[in-house]
Design a binder for this molecule. Structure first.
Ligand code: PLP
Length: 431
């Protein structure tokens, strides 16, 4: 299979090239030039998550240098479970936070790392992955590439603007993973990364790549857990499984929509945002209008210009058809807080603020008579990552899962840095 840019201005490339490049040279996002078609029968022999992932991804890997490695890549990236947990009648949580840094981004980041490690095998010089983060992405990428041979990671985060636990996580890896705490905003961090990636003189001295949420190497594998949940549901009960998904840059939800398009037994897809309501406004009929983001309790979704929207429009170019196939609901901070409390009171377990947006959005759709059948809500992070928000709401301690606790018990350090290109270049050349 070949991959082309959403903007149509770049040559078709192989999967390996698309994964290594990140963004297409015309500024677009890589997408497959044709879509495979799979049916539940194709998964008859698949039971485990790695098996389902490999069957689902095989057509995308066809003809690529990585194809012979696909099974091994899936075994590596999908060795943590993504279980369904009941949340009352007709609703489940799809728990995506059992990876090393306790958020769904571990799946995509670890798949990308498994691909890039193989693509770089035998390279003479190390490849440096630079990533700007508002919290969860940096940790997932750091965890995925930690001690990967031939690869190093430099994480930039806005000093003082991530949660204390997130900051500790980012600085706790060590070895080939460095954290820079930047005196500036997340946008400043992202701008530093973008300019470094576009600096050909710098790139001649140090090979750079990125690992943000538009990377195909993160997007494609995220289809797998939706496929597994939907196939299991079909085997046990027949019919389709519907999904409610906390949404920021639209990477996670895009994967679910893609899985539905290529034939998995997935019903409705409901997008839940926080107060950053660019998508709900669009799906309610307004023109698509990106704008600056506002800070909310669900900070990993504080996105004013969802980067994967371009892929959604590639999949369904007609806006009215797009609106007919999806719904999006905005959930404000009060509703997020109330939902965390309500779930605790009813079920005695905590959910994270991001997960709460989707639980609440689904409740609203049900109340409006627009959501029938069985639903799974993507639980995108473990609540202990957001202890300072969740614990006061539920009035109880929310202990971190073992992998997160292990990371938090390690010493952490980050280098302070001004939001300045010259200083960043110095840091990158420091080896
Ligand atoms: C990144 C993130 C999201 C948003 O995912 P997108 O792919 O950007 O839409 C939701 N919840 C958590 C916990 C996240 O870390």
């Amino acid at each position: 299979m070949r991959f082309v840019s959403t903007r149509g201005g770049a040559p078709a490339v192989t999967l390996s090239q698309a994964i290594a490049a990140g963004l297409a040279p015309d500024g677009g996002l890589y997408v497959p030039d044709t879509l495979p078609s799979l049916s539940p029968a194709d998964f008859a022999d698949c039971v485990t998550l790695p098996q389902i992932a490999a069957t689902l991804l095989r057509p995308f890997f066809a003809g690529d240098a990585l194809a012979p490695e696909l099974d091994a890549i899936c075994d590596e990236a999908f060795d943590v479970p993504a279980p369904l947990r009941p949340l009352g009648d007709d609703t489940h949580l799809l728990e995506l936070f059992h990876g090393p840094t306790a958020a769904f981004k571990d799946f995509g980041a670890r798949f990308l790392a498994a691909c890039l490690t193989r693509l770089r095998a035998g390279a003479q010089t190390p490849l440096t992955i630079i990533v700007a983060t508002s919290g969860d992405t940096g940790a997932a990428v750091g965890g995925a590439f930690h001690r990967a041979p031939g690869l190093r990671v430099v994480i930039l985060y806005p000093d003082g603007r991530v949660s204390p636990r997130q900051a500790h996580q980012l600085g706790a890896f060590g070895d080939n993973v460095r954290a820079l705490r930047v005196a500036g905003s997340f946008d400043d961090c992202q701008a530093l990364v973008k300019r470094a990636l576009g600096d050909t003189a710098l790139q001649a001295r140090v090979a750079l790549s990125s690992a943000n949420s538009i990377s195909l190497g993160r997007l494609l594998p995220q289809m797998s857990y939706y496929a597994k949940a939907a196939l299991e549901h079909r085997r046990a009960h027949g019919g389709v499984l519907n999904f409610a998904i906390p949404t920021g840059n639209l990477g996670n939800a895009m994967a679910c929509i893609l899985a539905r398009r290529i034939g998995l037994p997935i019903g409705k897809v409901l997008l839940a945002t926080n107060a950053n309501d660019v998508l709900p406004q669009f799906f309610d009929g307004a023109p698509y209008t990106p704008r600056a983001s506002v800070a909310t309790l669900a900070n990993a979704m504080d996105v004013g210009a969802p980067s994967n929207f371009e892929r959604l429009r590639w999949l369904t170019p007609d806006d009215n058809a797009l609106r007919a196939g999806l719904r999006a609901i905005a959930v404000d901070d009060d509703a997020i807080a109330r939902t965390i409390q309500d779930v605790w009171d009813a079920h005695f377990f905590a959910i994270c603020p991001h997960t709460a947006t989707a639980v609440h959005a689904l409740q609203r759709e049900r109340a409006a008579g627009r959501a029938h059948g069985i639903w799974a809500v993507a639980a995108t992070a473990h609540p202990a990552k957001f202890d300072t928000i969740v614990e006061p709401l539920v009035g109880a301690r929310v202990p971190p899962p073992p992998a997160l606790a292990a990371l938090l018990s390690r010493p952490a350090s980050a280098t302070a840095m001004p939001a300045d290109d010259a200083t960043f270049v110095q840091e990158l050349l420091r080896g």
